[in-house]
Structure formats: structure tokens, C-alpha cells
Design a protein around this ligand. Structure first.
Ligand code: SF4
Length: 482
């Protein structure tokens, strides 16, 4: 990420996004807080010597996950798929994910990946041969594999919180292919693939992907990918899958090597004790106000909102109300529990802690807005919203509603949960907490200088459509080379 910050032009929207991300990473380190509010699906990959008791280890992992959730390090993320009820402690059928394998070493290796929902939704699996947008036919060869991977990066745009890192598996079956692809995400970013053919492919994909111009948050820019790691496994003669696991800039991994007798930590993985922790943003640098920002103080008047244009940077002061998947579902059949006229609905599932009777926000970045696309136009119309805010942009139906009813889409920086938690110093109310659980409830915050960028305005303009078209044209250059 330090390299990405240096590469990107700091005066562009992508540069500003990276500045906020850099500041956010530093803040999360200082406070030992979640780097992003979506602390993901805890996924443990464990290697044990013969004789290690996996049942005991599983029990200890469950206890540790419950404790980390209680302390606000992990957001309650485990939802019953039938009832929609959040278990509240990240425990439940299938969560956390724990895989054990035996190895010949005397120690126990434990690796943990926290991969959030935004980037998980951007995973992709291709059954080759296939025909891809802007790239044409992908055949059963390495050129075809490259096309599939570049298509996955292009398709993710900002929704997976670019710049991303990807793990790829060529071959295998559908289920094992995805698992193998995810395992590649545990590789250090600067390692070199021992297979020279795959090493070359990784390098080529990195080069091509960073020419596409997706950029941080899909704002258009030079850094779209920070890593590409590929494995190849055998396949059935009839199948040729390319599985892509897309991880976001937050890319949270950690690991330990444990003494199998005592359980003592022998070594941390992904940490170099010789190398001091680098701050990403120098004191006084980072996201800076220019004086051209537009202050928004909800409730907003229609004329104020119609005057906004794509590219404007706004600072929100005043009430900010969250509403994500479950709230949109709820609003299909119910009235809103509070007056939404003139308000901005923030697609966000914060991490909240209760100190006595007071709620405290420990992480509050945006979630992927496109999931609300089927509902948003109706919500804007029925409840008189003047803005919706999230990340990754929204589609044509919402764009038409913004124009028809006088509203804008605001883009906050995905994953910048610590940065934004500081812009939401006060919680003034919460609705539907019992029914929907912490991340899905409707929280009412008092925002203070909360920065966001207008990426869809009330005149039919969408930065997301523009970037998808220009990057699609770049993708076509790859597709016409064979
Ligand atoms: S940085 Fe973005 S994609 Fe990654 S976990 Fe956070 S919200 Fe999800």
C-alpha cells in the first residue's frame, strides 16, 4: 500500500482515496482497532504434527473468536441463512471456517485470513472456454486464463475495494478450485512462484491489470492490483475452471508457529521483527482539505442537491443514518422507523461497543451499495431521501431515480473504518437493533466533517459508468492481441 500511495497521483480522486486509506491504516495500528468494519469470515488454515489434538484446538479457536467479538475486534458477522438472525458472537454452523491438515514438521502452524463480504462477492469462477465482455473468447490455455483473471479484476471495479490482491487456481473442480485460489492469498506478496511459467503469468497479469485504469475504489487510476498469486492443479478432462479469489486492499492475514508441546508462540508469520512498522502517511500529510469542499447539513433541500456534480467533494455535518441490506428489505413492507426526508442513507454496518449505557463507534466504513440496487430507487422515492452513500456505485435504476427525485450518490472510501469512525463522534439513536442485530440496525450518528465524493449526480452522470467504459476499452486491447 505504501508503494500504491507513492505511485498514484495524489491530486486525483484515486490519490485522495489512497490518502484516506493510508491514514486509516495508521489509525487502526495506533488504536489496535479493526482496519475495516467488515472483519470478514474468520478462516483458519492449520497444520499440525501427528498427535496434536485438533478437537482441543477447535474449541480454543471458537473461544478466541467469541472473545475477540466481545472486545470489538471482530464485528458480529455470523448470520443464520434461514432466519436472518445474527448469532452476535461470530459462532454458528460453518463459522468460523477451520481447516486442519497434517504435516511432517514438529510445530503447529496457524494462519488466519479475514476477508470481508465486499471482496468475497467479487470472487469469480470461469468454466473455459467462455466468451468474456471486451475480451472475446477465452480458450483452454494460459492466454485464456489471463483473460479470465483480467476480466475478474475489471468486473470488480471499486466494489471489492480496489486495489485488490488476487489468488487464482487453474484447474481442479469447482469447490476445491475456490479453496486453492483462497490459499494463494496466504502467500507473501513479494514471493516468486517456484513454477517459472506461473511466475511469468503472475507478472504479466500484474502489468496488464495495472494498465486497465480501474484505480483505488474504482475511481480510475494507476493502481488496481497489489498482488496476483496463481496455483495450478490437475483437472478432469472435461472441466477447465479458472477460480479467482479477490481480496481487498485491507488484505488481513496473520499467522503463528506454535510449539506443539507448550503452545508457546515460536514465530509470527507476516511480521518481520527486524523491520519496524512503517507509517503509511507522514505527520500532517494524508487527506487534506482544499477549501473547495461543499458542506452538506441534512436535512437537505432539493436545490442544494441538484447543484452537486460528479467529482464534487462534500463534507457531511449533522445527522447520518445507516441502512444496509436488512433495512432495505424491511422498508419494502414497513414505514421507516424515523423521518428520512432530506436525509442521507449510509450503506454501513458499523462495529459498535456499549460502554455502560452509551454506544461507541469503533469502525464505520461503507459497504458495497450495488446490493441495494433492486430496492434503492423505490426507497429514494417513498421516503424522500436526498442522498445515498456507500461504495462501489450503483446501477441504472438508481441513477434514474436520482435524476427524477433530486438526490445524489456519495462515495465514501471502502474499508476506511477508523477514519470514518472519528467523523461520527456521537450516536444519537438506533432503530431495529433487536430485530436486525448490530451491523444491520439503523444507527443515527451525528457526523462531523465526514468527507465523501459525488460519483452519481442528479443530472444522469455516473463516474462508475465512465470508468467501466474506459477500462473496458483498455481490456479490449488485451482481447485483440491473439
Ligand atoms: S476493505 Fe472493503 S471489501 Fe475489504 S472488508 Fe472492508 S469493506 Fe469489505
Amino acid at each position: 500500500m505504501a508503494r500504491a500511495l507513492k505511485t498514484e497521483n495524489s491530486s486525483t480522486q484515486a490519490g485522495q482515496a489512497l490518502a484516506i486509506i493510508g491514514q486509516n491504516i495508521d489509525m487502526a495500528y495506533d488504536d489496535e482497532g479493526p482496519i475495516c468494519q467488515d472483519t470478514g469470515m474468520p478462516t483458519f488454515e492449520i497444520k499440525t504434527p501427528v498427535g496434536a489434538n485438533q478437537l482441543v484446538m477447535r474449541k480454543q479457536i471458537l473461544e478466541a473468536v467469541g472473545e475477540a467479538t466481545k472486545r470489538g475486534k471482530l464485528r458480529p458477522n455470523s448470520v443464520d441463512s434461514i432466519t436472518g438472525k445474527n448469532s452476535g458472537n461470530n459462532l454458528g454452523p460453518g463459522t468460523p471456517v477451520i481447516h486442519f491438515a497434517q504435516w511432517e514438521e514438529p510445530d503447529i502452524e496457524v494462519r488466519l485470513l479475514l476477508k470481508g463480504g465486499g471482496c468475497e462477492n467479487m470472487n469469480a469462477q470461469y468454466s473455459v472456454p467462455c466468451t468474456l465482455d471486451h475480451l472475446g473468447r477465452a480458450d483452454r490455455d494460459l492466454e485464456g486464463v489471463k483473460k479470465c483473471v483480467l476480466h475478474a479484476v475489471w468486473q470488480a471495479q471499486g466494489q471489492g475495494c480496489a486495489p485488490g490482491a488476487i489468488g487464482v487456481c487453474i484447474g481442479s473442480d469447482r469447490a476445491a478450485g475456490y479453496h486453492q485460489a483462497k490459499l494463494q492469498l496466504f502467500r507473501p506478496l513479494d514471493d516468486v512462484n517456484p513454477n517459472p511459467t506461473l511466475a511469468r503469468l503472475e507478472e504479466e497479469i500484474m502489468g496488464e491489470a495495472n494498465k486497465l485504469g480501474v484505480g483505488a475504489m474504482g475511481f480510475g487510476g494507476q493502481v488496481s492490483l497489489v498482488g496476483c498469486k496463481i496455483a495450478a492443479t490437475n483437472r478432469l478432462p472435461a472441466c477447465f475452471f479458472v477460480s479467482v479469489a479477490y481480496d481487498c486492499w485491507a488484505f488481513r492475514r496473520l499467522g503463528v508457529l506454535l510449539d506443539a508441546e507448550s503452545g508457546a508462540i515460536r514465530k509470527w508469520l507476516y511480521r518481520d521483527p527486524e523491520r519496524p512498522v512503517e507509517r503509511l502517511v507522514a505527520e500532517g500529510a494524508g487527506f487534506r482539505l482544499t477549501g473547495r469542499e461543499i458542506r452538506l447539513e441534512p436535512p437537505l433541500a432539493e436545490e442544494k442537491v441538484r447543484a452537486l456534480e460528479v467529482g464534487d467533494v462534500v463534507l457531511i455535518n449533522g445527522p447520518l443514518i445507516t441502512g444496509r441490506d436488512a433495512v432495505h428489505h424491511y422498508l419494502r413492507h414497513h414505514d421507516a422507523p424515523c423521518d428520512l426526508r432530506g436525509q442521507i442513507l449510509y450503506h454501513c454496518g458499523p462495529v459498535m461497543l456499549k460502554d455502560g449505557v452509551r454506544w461507541r463507534t469503533t469502525a464505520a466504513g461503507p459497504t458495497t451499495s450495488s446490493r441495494e440496487e433492486p430496492y434503492e430507487a423505490d426507497v429514494i422515492h417513498r421516503f424522500g431521501l436526498r442522498g445515498v452513500m456507500g461504495k462501489g456505485g450503483m446501477g441504472k435504476k438508481t441513477l434514474a431515480a436520482l435524476e427524477a427525485f433530486g438526490a445524489v450518490y456519495l462515495h465514501a472510501i471502502g474499508g476506511a473504518a477508523q477514519f470514518y469512525a472519528r467523523c461520527l463522534p456521537k450516536v444519537t439513536g438506533v432503530y431495529l437493533l433487536e430485530e436486525l442485530g448490530v451491523p444491520e440496525a439503523m444507527w443515527v450518528f451525528e457526523a462531523k466533517d465526514f468527507p465523501a465524493i459525488v460519483t452519481m449526480d442528479a443530472h444522469g452522470n455516473s463516474l462508475h459508468e465512465h470508468v467501466a467504459a474506459t477500462t473496458g476499452a483498455e481490456l479490449e486491447k488485451v482481447g485483440t492481441r491473439d
